[in-house]
Design a protein around this ligand. Structure first.
Ligand code: PMP
Length: 460
């Protein structure tokens, strides 16, 4: 972290970081992560950290899984690159598409590959527009999304994202979208309202927005089964069944953004399995390769696929695709990664360890700083509040969370603070002893944070 570290100085001089306060970075510099092993990463000063967020919610099999290294190496030696445009294909892409069709929910039988989750959602937006044009209803183009939702950062996918900092000063949203109330009862339930009444209110809002805009103008509803980057926010009981019922009634496609929840995160193969969602389109990324290679996929239902395929026949092409769509090295790593997940029973492990994590975290609910403990499977968050009874937030949202985040490093822990909520999303390989270790570091940081607040939040 020190500026005398020449690696850090080089970083400061020439590297603009994503999701970073560039002015502050010039002062603090980076933590340079050098290597990884299991659930741990090590910085260039020799410090070890538990990666409680699996990198960026993504390293399912842990850091340093040799089988993925070998799969990548073998493919690099054989065919390091080839594209999938104009009827070309390669075996790893074929195998991965086949596997995804097999394991994703029924009806999703066609894969389109991109490099990132943002591009997957951008692709979905274009597919939905193409689909409705093909069906002769060019006015049916708008998206419904939710405040607090995260769908990426490209111009179109960031338009669907419902977070202020992804829009502010970027001139977004830039596509037709209506953002609905965030379905988080703890924060958005009205005083005296039950969770069931909150759900009724959300559904009334959905119906009202559809009526205001006209169902004939609304193409799709997109949502993460459980919002993640927005704060790990499980929806109220029964939410997805009601959303789907309303969408079907108005011929609005349902898009599941499973970039985080895909491949076992909630203890079920997909978040859609957990909530009973039957999506028309699904975005997948991150755990698809455990992020060892950049890769994402759009899974397409037979019904949508048939319309797209027919229209491409009429036009002469489906004029969309990335140089690296179906990249053989990325897809080879994906195939091997899914084998590791299957052979090691990591979805089952996520269910088992998830239950332990949720239970232990809920024991913190009595702590004076803890407002809410929430989550499903190996995805959880602890929200810190200024006043437990009134749920009042801290006067400067993110300051306490920011302190916690930085302080946790001293206890060998990397967690993510989303304002004043601390998020957990550890690798799916985590075991019980490691959950204990992770929570010990968390509790030690919580103690330090309480002392820091009691001392009047002195600057470091
Ligand atoms: N959708 C969801 C649900 C995500 O969590 C993310 C990334 N955190 C994205 C889309 C965007 O993925 P990427 O960063 O790979 O573009």
């Amino acid at each position: 972290m020190s500026r005398s570290n020449s690696t850090a100085n080089r970083d400061i001089a020439h590297h603009l970081h994503p999701y970073t306060n560039a002015a502050r970075h010039a002062e603090t510099g980076p933590i340079v992560i050098e290597r990884g092993e299991g659930i741990y990463v090590f910085d260039d000063q020799g410090n070890r950290y538990i990666e409680a967020l699996a990198g960026l919610w993504s390293v399912a099999v842990g850091f340093g899984e040799q089988r993925l290294v070998d799969a990548a190496t073998a493919q690099l030696g054989k065919l390091p690159f080839y594209h999938t445009f104009a009827h070309k294909s390669n075996l790893p892409a074929i195998e991965l598409a086949e596997k995804l069709a097999e394991i994703t929910p029924e009806g999703l039988n066609h894969a389109f590959f991109t490099n990132s989750g943002s591009e997957a959602n951008d692709t979905i937006i274009k597919m939905v527009w193409y689909y409705n044009n093909a069906l002769g209803r060019p006015e049916k183009k708008k998206f419904l999304a939710r405040n607090g939702g995260y769908h990426g950062v490209t111009v179109a996918s960031a338009s669907l994202t419902g977070l202020v900092n992804n829009h502010r000063d970027f001139d977004l949203p830039a596509i037709p979208v209506r953002h609905l109330t965030c379905p988080h009862f703890y924060r958005y339930g009205n005083p005296g309202e039950t969770e069931a009444q909150f759900l009724d209110r959300l559904m009334a809002e959905l119906e009202t927005v559809i009526a205001e805009e006209g169902a004939e103008t609304i193409a799709a509803f997109i949502g993460e089964p459980i919002m993640s980057a927005g704060g790990v926010l499980p929806p109220p009981e029964g939410y997805w069944a009601r959303v789907q019922e309303i969408c079907r009634k108005h011929d609005i496609l349902v898009v599941a953004d499973e970039v985080i929840t895909g491949f076992g995160r909630l203890g079920t193969p997909f978040g859609s399995d957990y909530f009973g969602i039957k999506p028309d389109l699904m975005a997948l990324s991150k755990q698809i390769t455990s992020s060892y290679q950049p890769l994402a996929a759009v899974m397409i239902s037979d019904r949508v696929f048939e319309v797209i395929a027919k229209n491409s026949g009429k036009i002469g092409t489906f004029g969309h695709g990335y140089t690296a769509s179906g990249h053989p090295v990325a897809t080879a790593v994906g195939v091997e990664n899914l084998k590791v997940i299957e052979e090691r029973g990591l979805v089952e492990n996520a269910a088992k360890m998830g239950a332990i994590l949720q239970e232990r975290l809920r024991k913190l609910a009595d702590h004076p700083l803890v407002g809410e403990v929430r989550g499903i499977g190996l995805l959880a968050a602890v929200e810190l509040v200024a006043n437990k009874e009134t749920r009042e937030k801290f006067p400067e949202p993110g300051k306490v969370g920011g302190y916690f985040f930085a302080r946790a490093h001293k206890h060998g822990l990397i967690v993510r603070n989303i304002l004043d909520s601390l998020a957990f999303c550890p690798p799916l390989i985590i075991n019980e002893a490691q959950i204990d270790e992770m929570l010990q570091a968390f509790e030690a940081t919580l103690k330090d944070t309480a002392e820091w607040i009691a001392a009047g939040q002195p600057s470091a």
